[in-house]
Design a protein around this ligand. Structure first.
Ligand code: ASP
Length: 333
């Protein structure tokens, strides 16, 4: 069927008992040895790192992006699988997807149960990811997340279970394919904007923070992020994207200083929308913040990060952010 390269980064799928708890320490070859390789698929492993994904940095995610692009520079490769911790898998998947400029699939997977668990979910997930990466029908679908028999588009997909095996879903959408009886059945094509350019090796890494609104919240933490040098902030608002007049004033002042502000919501599903004033999304948008549709906090932050990496000037960054957030089209960053 084809040649697949597995890029191993760690996570529970590569975790062993450390005496007091589990942590990633296995190499990609050990992880691959647990899974049945689909017939006709040949696999090469790249050991990029072995860490729990809560520890990942922008530098690590850029290293992963470059590793994927290096692997795909080989025309004999049919697809890529990235084994990754589930905690921040949605962030790396979306970061890769925003920069993915190749029809060949990149598939992220992991596990909720550790490497040597007798009833582990890693072997099945890895098998299904290999099958998806080698499948002709998955071409053109961008970066995918394969977990518990389901195939999700990177965009919009989040971790929805802390412990259960069906860990991922798009709460505002549906899977794009499923793996059944050893086959990948495509259900729909994901909507993806054109790719952003891969940042140059010497790009300066911007600080991008997340601030959550709640009852009794004042702008102190938002302003602290600006004071800490944040070049972008994802504001996790309430409801359809609402906060207070005081927060709106802080957002306006930050944007005047060149800070990119994106608005997402604490609610699990549905888009943010310009409905309310007196501190609501109507006012946040008027202040220059970008509403992020159905992206949740981690991915809204990644959209801001990608925009900050794509351009040096505030107007270019705002354009890149709108592009990253929106449906189809071409990058004009
Ligand atoms: N619980 C995580 C996992 O499933 C740990 C991590 O994200 O690395 O892999």
């Amino acid at each position: 069927m084809g040649q697949v390269v597995v890029i191993s980064t760690g996570g529970t799928i590569a975790s062993r008992w450390q005496g007091s708890g589990f942590a990633a320490d296995a190499r990609g070859g050990d992880v691959l040895a647990t899974a049945a390789v689909p017939e006709g698929v040949t696999v090469r492993v790249v050991d990029l790192m072995s860490v729990n994904s809560a520890r990942l940095t922008t530098r690590d995610q850029l290293a992963l992006l470059r590793a994927v692009h290096e692997v795909l520079a080989d025309p004999d490769v049919d697809g890529v699988v990235v084994t990754h911790g589930t905690d921040t898998l949605e962030e790396s998947a979306f970061f890769l997807d925003l920069h993915h400029d190749d029809p060949r699939p990149v598939v992220l997977t992991g596990a909720q149960r550790p490497l040597e668990a007798p009833d582990g979910d890693g072997p099945r997930n890895l098998h299904d990811a290999l099958l998806t990466a080698a499948t002709e029908a998955a071409r053109g679908m961008g970066v995918l997340v394969v977990f518990a028999g389901q195939v999700h588009a990177a965009r919009g997909t989040i971790k929805v279970q802390t412990l259960a095996a069906d860990a991922f879903a798009d709460p505002s959408g549906s899977p794009v394919a499923e793996v059944k009886d050893g086959r990948v059945l495509v259900l729909r094509q994901p909507e993806r904007p054109g790719p952003l350019p891969v940042p140059p090796a010497d790009v300066v890494l911007p600080r991008v923070d997340i601030v959550t609104h709640h009852c009794d919240a004042d702008p102190l933490l938002f302003n602290a992020a600006v004071g800490a040098g944040a070049q972008g902030i994802a504001l996790v608002a309430t409801g359809a994207g609402n906060a207070t007049p005081e927060v709106v004033a802080a957002v306006e002042a930050a944007i005047a200083r060149g800070v990119l502000v994106a608005v997402t919501t604490r609610v699990p599903a549905g888009p943010v929308a310009e409905i309310y004033t007196h501190g609501g999304a109507v006012d946040l948008a008027a202040a220059g913040a970008v509403l992020t549709g159905t992206l949740r906090a981690g991915q809204a932050r990644i959209a801001v990060l990608a925009a900050a990496l794509a351009s040096g000037d505030p107007a270019g960054r705002a354009r890149a952010l709108r592009h990253a957030v929106g449906g189809a089209g071409t990058a004009e960053a």
